[in-house]
Ligand binder design. Sequence first.
Ligand code: LMR
Length: 396
Amino acid sequence: MLETLKKLPEDPILGLMAAYRKDSNPLKIDLGVGVYKDEAGNTPVLEVVTQAQRHNIQAETTKAYIGPAGTPGFGQLMETLILGADHPAVLAGRTNTLQTPGGCGALRSAAELLKRCSKNTTVWVSNPTWANHIPLMGDAGLAIREYPYYDRETSGIQFDQMIAALEQTSAGDVVLLHGCCHNPCGADLTLEQWQRVAEVAKDRGFLPLVDLAYQGLGDGLEEDAAGLRILAAVVPEMLITASCSKNFGLYRERTGSITAISRTRVSRDITHSQLCSVVRGIYSMPPAHGAAIVETILSSEELTAQWYEELAVMRNRINDLRKLVVEKIAARGITGDFSFITHQKGMFSFLGITPEQVGQLREEHGIYMVDSSRINIAGINDANVDRLVDALAQVL
Ligand code: LMR
């Protein structure tokens, strides 16, 4: 039976990780997979995470199962982080948040839940979107359609075209939006644009599914959630998937959440029971370790303050690198306007070069990025930026 299967090509992002590791070039540069790196090129464990982990090891009394929804404390704290304690949907008791294995576990659970609502659900994704959104949604059996988003000519958002596409949606469709720090393009909606999307959602009756994987890495924790909070105040139903991989640096611990906003308290309880059943049929229960770390941090004022500081260091470094690389490109005399990189948010931007030029950078210079020319800004540092810009000048 297994003989009928065909070997697949490597995952477009994870395959890069493997290729980078194999490359023996001492001057190689990794701008591929989206993990934060410090000036030395390391992805360190946050100091606050180490402290919380130490505390948890002392305090832990059991390894017994935690149940499909995870711990209620974690769900509550994540919900407050995402929506704020005073959000009208929260005050109305229409929200419920479950712990999941990373943002991917949340997205796949969302897809399976939506499939239970209707076998014919269509999910609209931005063009472009994170490559893994497609299998996470599509393998659950949802139909995928695209709405225009990034304009490669202007390096901005094709907002009128996006709205025109959203106006074609039907009630019962799902629209997947990036909460902040759009992956892969870094171009985010303004608050006015979120408001407009909310009006169209209400008018057309589509369900927004917001993927919040980078909260705190754009402008700040509150700022990065402001758009989705506008949406959540307007629409009757919404799903939010969140990841603690980047903002807590918990990547391999697989820590995330799914928040469902339902029409009423009664439908909230129904949605919760369905989500628990979905989860039970996929991974049964989420892993405990990463979520316990987040819970320890967010339930302590002192540790939360320390986390804010460490998160600000990551965010400021990324924003400074955005400016640095644009200055270096201009100083090197490379033609073309790259200033858009400084206006974009989060870890990623497109360089806007061709797949052939991306291949040349990889083969001739040991510089790794996704074929679309998406770069992980955090992979740049003072020691490699000149090499990067010189190589770019050569391939251009
Ligand atoms: C990325 O986009 O590089 C990250 O979200 C890692 C991943 O799983 O693709």
